[in-house]
Design a protein. Structure first.
Length: 274
């Protein structure tokens, strides 16, 4: 009995120490309390911001877990966070997750995506709905947004007050102390999610992905010089050469006049004899 109590007390101390440590990490990064975080299709993971993602609760229950993305190096994220975008859950029908909400306040839902299969836009397109009433992401085409093998996050701020969820001046009832985020099956392949978390706080305290690399604007003067260099000096015009109507010889113009005069003189001579 004494040994059991010692072990129980030590386990409690370990749990308390871990909670304090994670709280310190979150505060040092400016994060609010993370009330829910999962690595869809994968195991538990703590990211570079100190957010602890739990193992996918839908494992072996709904949809398909995939780690197909592990063959890719995901852009915009550090090496320690690659796994969050390399594993995923998809389903041939609409599916979702229930998120417990116990207190009023402001929250931010962060949805993490990465297209690891398709190589073109308009191949996978779907909506995301919050609490059954709010379309928070419409016609999401991950490849069209960022390309293949690149991280893409959606940031969804909402608030909770007196048993209701408020989003963009819309409201819905919270039932059973939980809200639900659903990935809606459309006509373009299957909906999916790589990872997600919900933080209590405001949008400006959420860690953001690195910016997408921008393509430099072309130098028009340099482009014009390159084109002129590639053009041949004595360029041959296309098609047969047409004669210049203004370069005709004057004698060719007067020839009909001379012929008319030559024909009129004999006629005039005959008339004189009469």
């Amino acid at each position: 009995m004494i040994l059991r109590n010692v072990i129980r007390n030590n386990m409690w101390l370990v749990y308390l120490s871990c909670s304090v440590f994670l709280s310190i990490v979150s505060q040092s990064n400016g994060l609010g309390p993370v009330i829910y975080a999962i690595n869809s299709g994968g195991d538990a993971h703590t990211d570079s911001s100190g957010i602890r993602y739990e193992r996918d609760p839908l494992m072996n229950k709904v949809g398909t877990a995939s780690d197909y993305g592990k063959q890719l190096l995901i852009g915009r994220v550090p090496a320690t966070d690659q796994i969050l975008y390399q594993t995923e859950r998809y389903h041939h029908s609409t599916f979702g997750y229930d998120i417990p909400i116990s207190t009023d306040g402001e929250y931010v839902l962060v949805l993490k995506f990465s297209e690891v299969y398709f190589n073109a836009p308009n191949m996978k397109v779907f909506d995301v709905v919050l609490n059954g009433d709010h379309t928070i992401v419409s016609e999401l085409d991950i490849f069209d947004r960022v390309g293949r093998g690149v991280a893409h996050d959606e940031y969804i701020p909402f608030s909770v007050a007196k048993g209701k969820l408020f989003y963009n001046e819309e409201e819905s009832d919270i039932r059973g102390g939980k809200i639900r985020v659903e990935f809606i099956k459309g006509y373009k392949d299957n909906p999916k999610i790589n990872a997600m978390f919900v933080m209590k706080g405001k949008l400006d305290s959420i860690p953001r992905l690195a910016a997408m690399p921008s393509e430099p604007e072309p130098d028009l003067d340099e482009y014009r010089d390159e084109v002129e260099e590639k053009m041949p000096k004595n360029r041959r015009p296309s098609g047969p050469k047409h004669p210049d109507p203004y370069s005709m010889d004057d004698s060719s113009i007067m020839l009909p006049v001379f012929v008319a005069i030559g024909a009129f003189i004999p006629l005039l001579f005959c008339l004189c004899k009469l």
